[in-house]
Design a protein around this ligand. Structure first.
Ligand SMILES: Nc1ncnc2c1ncn2[C@@H]1O[C@H](COP(=O)(O)OP(=O)(O)OP(=O)(O)O)[C@@H](O)[C@H]1O
Length: 326
């Protein structure tokens, strides 16, 4: 069996409008989600997250490329793996007049799951004590947690959650986030799609960032953040400093961008563009900066780490994309 729970290769989706126009929603996406933990699937609105998830679940047909769940080719082998997958993609239909528990019991019986699983699911999502209340009295956060509980009835190994905190207030976001973190810690692999980076950074162990249907970055959150680490340097000779640092292979945001700097386009309007004598160097290794500059006889008057979070990294990566294609 593949160690990857979700794997896509060259995945592509084109939508064709009635008038014959084409919109490419996903283009050549290679996705690799390892087993265990919470994997963030991040991208701005309209970047192709829902489309990708719908293709994985057999709800939409890929135009090209291949997909595997638990090492099995889908959609061909979907019937043999779908029992291991729980998903909240659209708002599930619960009866407003029944209690949360009654709704879950109905669902459990429809899939021949034992009633005991309802208790376990209610407890996992933290609805114990509120499960005897009618669904219509639930807050949005509780409704979302009930939806997650419904997917747990079949005891899935993989849980796919599409923007589960959408529309929730901060308290609701926290409730759902805690539930997701607990599930990941309990050994379920969770694919969590979101455009709310700060939230994802707190729960995810690894993440894939997409923009315009394309892969932008992927890895553990720690690695992604290490890639986003930077240091700010103030020096009397920033032009020479920038040149030698670039020659040493470091990415420098500073005076006069070097042609071919792959982030240059993003930086023109980005607050990271540095005035006067300051440069920002994208590395988590300050010794490398001092060594390169000392060898050239350029002095530093200041060297400070710049704390970038996943949000800043994501914004820099997606800044060149057209946001909100809907
Ligand atoms: N049924 C459809 N027909 C035509 N275009 C579609 C359809 N569904 C999605 N799209 C387009 O495909 C692109 C990707 O949309 P998708 O919903 O997958 O993005 P998303 O990342 O999930 O966004 P959001 O965060 O807003 O849910 C968008 O440009 C969208 O307008």
């Amino acid at each position: 069996m593949s160690a990857l729970v979700i794997e896509t290769s060259g995945l592509r989706k084109e939508y064709t409008s009635r008038r014959g126009g084409r919109r490419v929603a996903v283009q050549g996406l290679d996705l690799a989600v390892p087993a265990g933990g919470v994997h963030g699937f991040l991208g701005p609105n309209g970047s192709g997250k829902t489309t990708t998830i719908r293709m994985l679940l057999g709800l939409s047909r890929a135009t090209a490329g291949s997909m595997r769940l638990f090492g099995e080719e889908v959609p061909q082998r979907l019937p043999s793996v779908i029992g291991r997958v729980g998903a909240v993609v659209e708002s599930p239909k619960f009866s407003p007049h029944l209690t949360g528990r009654q709704n879950l019991l109905l669902l459990a019986r429809s899939i021949s799951a034992p009633d005991a699983r309802v208790d376990a699911a209610v407890e996992t999502v933290g609805l114990t004590g509120r499960d005897a209340d009618r669904y219509r009295s639930y807050s949005l956060g509780m409704k979302q947690r009930l939806a997650i509980a419904a997917t747990l009835l079949k005891d899935p190994d993989l849980l796919i959650l599409d923007e589960p905190t959408n529309g929730l207030d901060p308290a609701g976001i926290r409730e759902v986030r805690d539930t997701i973190r607990d599930l990941g810690a309990a050994g379920v692999t969770v694919l969590l799609s979101s455009h709310i980076l700060a939230e994802v950074q707190q729960v995810c162990t690894s993440a894939t960032i997409i923009g315009n249907g394309r892969l932008l970055a992927s890895g553990t959150v720690d690695d992604l953040l290490a890639g986003a680490a930077a240091h700010r340097v103030v020096t009397p000779d920033p032009v020479v400093a920038a040149r030698v640092l670039r020659e040493a292979g470091l990415a420098v945001i500073g005076p006069a961008e070097a042609p071919g700097d792959h982030h240059a386009d993003h930086r023109a309007d980005h607050p990271g563009s540095e005035p006067d004598h300051a440069l920002t160097i994208e590395t988590d290794d300050p010794a490398r900066i001092t060594r390169v500059l000392a060898e050239t006889g350029v002095w530093l008057s200041e060297l400070t780490p710049v704390r970038q979070d996943l949000e800043s990294y994501f914004l820099a990566l997606t800044a060149g994309d057209t946001l909100g294609g809907r």
